[in-house]
Unconditional design. Sequence first.
Length: 100
Amino acid sequence: MALRIEDKDGLFEISGRVTSQNLGILRTYFQAILEKSEKLLVSIEKVTEMDSSAAHFFERFYREVASDNKIIHIIGRHNSNISKIMHTTKTDYILSTDRV
């Protein structure tokens, strides 16, 4: 399944495959959102596949947003499709304990 981003009343839900090939799209999309907002709520619960580049991208982006004194929540701790790669890359700490 191709990458898809849906805005559901301020919750940006990502679905499909998130790989090194589409990280530029994600970065551009979310940077545009953060130019207008102080808070970003992202759900990756419907991501079907993620590679290590994508896991590290989310970690770097999480840190960048926090260093700009903005708020980011990444929801997806319960997604079994990505839990192994997030754990292996030691990036699972960025995932919020909340669930949508």
